[in-house]
Write a protein that binds this ligand. Structure first.
Ligand code: GLC
Length: 441
């Protein structure tokens, strides 16, 4: 068991050396294959069929509505695609989703979405029935572009009576119950797919979409031949975008040599909605990194190594150490975070040095694990020499070092690669409109 700072850093980083990442990547690839083979399988990752077969051509035009549910905010957008100028403009409204609403029930959650959409239409004078793309960033078993059941909630959503139900129908029912005008829902989209589409609008080599935000996930363009479980019409298309739901990698033991005592300690708390699942996601994404660091700090406080053995009320609380503090600390604001945000006192320079080392180890492990996932996908497609990877999400955008560490690990695993990482601008909003536009054509 790790009890010094050096031990803790090693516990996080030893499993993610280049060799470690290669081993992790082979296991992930095996999980991808299992998920593609059969509808019902006992693998870890779902490999969901999105029914999106093509990237946008760039010729898409017109006005579209988009809904975006999946993180701490919910958004309604009106998006205008202008193919002549290759321009996308948007008007949007953002609403924060309260913890209470996340844990409410079907009618309240979907009623809130329907009401927000209805108000948005009124406020923006939208009277025509514009085609709508719905970005719903949870695992959905789609049977077409416009139908799919929520398999289970992830992140910290828990609204009752939604799992197992059709997402589009739940929205329609909530809307009908409130006698709102009919909506033309033409596409149900995961945020990864939206991200790939948003970059694909101007880059036909974009074959991967990755989210590194509250949660993490990736999608990619797969040959339909490789999707044995696809039982739709194969005559029309030769490829399809697969939503991997890679966040669940490790749920049946594939990452047991990577998990530390701190991952386990945080995941076994009663406040964690989905204890024991989404293991890869919990090691990578923004919602969880703060908790991992907090548990490592608590261990060092108990051992008398940090802050003279004295904790604080903030640090004792679930999510008392926010994931955004990892960014602040790596920007050099450690003393301010520990004293003023965490209420710790006294804090020495040595404490700051130790906490910074832990934050660096946790975010480096996350970046390297994400890199292993991306490399697995690029290799699976055989696109090592040329491939654009679209990335979106607050962790990627706001952490000062994450992107560089991820890039470095990709290059370690794939020397001389042609992988280009492009930051997507609002994949969840624009991407949904683009999928809607492609569907409409
Ligand atoms: C979670 C969801 C997944 C989503 C990801 C990023 O992993 O299950 O569908 O893409 O978060 O938002």
């Amino acid at each position: 068991m790790a009890s010094s700072v050096g031990d803790i850093v090693d516990a996080f980083l030893k499993p993610v050396t280049k060799e470690g990442l290669e081993a992790i990547s082979s296991r992930l690839l095996a999980q991808f294959e299992t998920g593609l083979a059969k509808e019902k399988h006992d693998g870890e990752v779902k490999m969901l069929i999105t029914y999106v077969h093509n990237l946008p051509s760039g010729e898409e035009n017109g006005d579209f509505l988009a809904l975006d549910l999946g993180g701490s905010n919910f958004r309604v957008l009106k998006i205008t695609l202008d193919s002549e100028n290759r321009d996308i403009s948007q008007v949007d409204s953002k609403f924060s989703i309260s913890e209470e609403l996340k844990k409410s029930d079907q009618d309240r959650l979907f009623g809130f979405i329907a009401e927000s959409l209805n108000n948005f239409k009124k406020e923006n004078g939208i009277t025509s029935k514009l085609p709508l793309g719905f970005t719903f960033s949870f695992p959905v078993n789609q049977t077409s572009l416009t139908a799919g059941t929520l398999i289970h909630w992830t992140k910290d959503f828990k609204a009752a009576n939604c799992e197992g139900n059709d997402v589009v129908k739940m929205l329609r029912d909530a809307s009908d119950a409130r006698k709102f005008p009919d909506t033309d829902i033409v596409a149900l989209v995961n945020d990864t797919t939206g991200t790939q589409m948003a970059v694909g609008y101007s880059d036909q080599d974009c074959h991967v979409g990755v989210i590194l935000g509250t949660g993490t996930n990736a999608c990619y363009t797969e040959r339909l031949d490789a999707v044995t479980k696809f039982n739709g019409d194969r005559s029309q298309h030769d490829k399809v975008i697969i939503n991997t739901e890679w966040g669940a990698f490790g749920d049946k033991g594939s990452l047991k040599d990577v998990i530390t005592e701190f991952d386990k300690a945080f995941d076994s708390q009663p406040e964690v909605e989905n204890g024991g699942s989404q293991i890869y996601e919990k090691m990578i994404s923004g919602k969880y990194l703060g908790e991992i660091v907090r548990h490592a700090m608590l261990k060092l406080i108990n051992g008398g190594v940090l802050f003279g053995g004295k904790s604080s009320d903030v640090l004792k609380k679930f999510e008392g150490f926010k994931s955004s503090y990892l960014s602040d600390i790596e920007k050099g604001e450690c003393m301010d975070v520990l004293k003023n945000k965490c209420g710790l006192d006294p804090v020495t320079e040595q404490d700051c040095e130790y906490v910074t080392q832990i934050c660096r180890a946790v975010s480096t492990r996350a970046a390297r694990l994400a890199a292993a996932g991306i490399v697995t996908i690029v290799r699976k497609m055989g696109r090592e020499k040329k491939c654009t990877v679209a990335v979106d999400g607050s962790l990627y955008k706001l952490h000062p070092e994450f992107r560089f560490r991820m890039r470095a690990a990709i290059n370690e695993m794939l020397p001389c690669n042609g992988v280009i990482i492009k930051e997507s601008r609002d994949g969840s909003g624009r991407g949904a409109a683009l999928v809607a536009a492609v569907a409409k054509q």
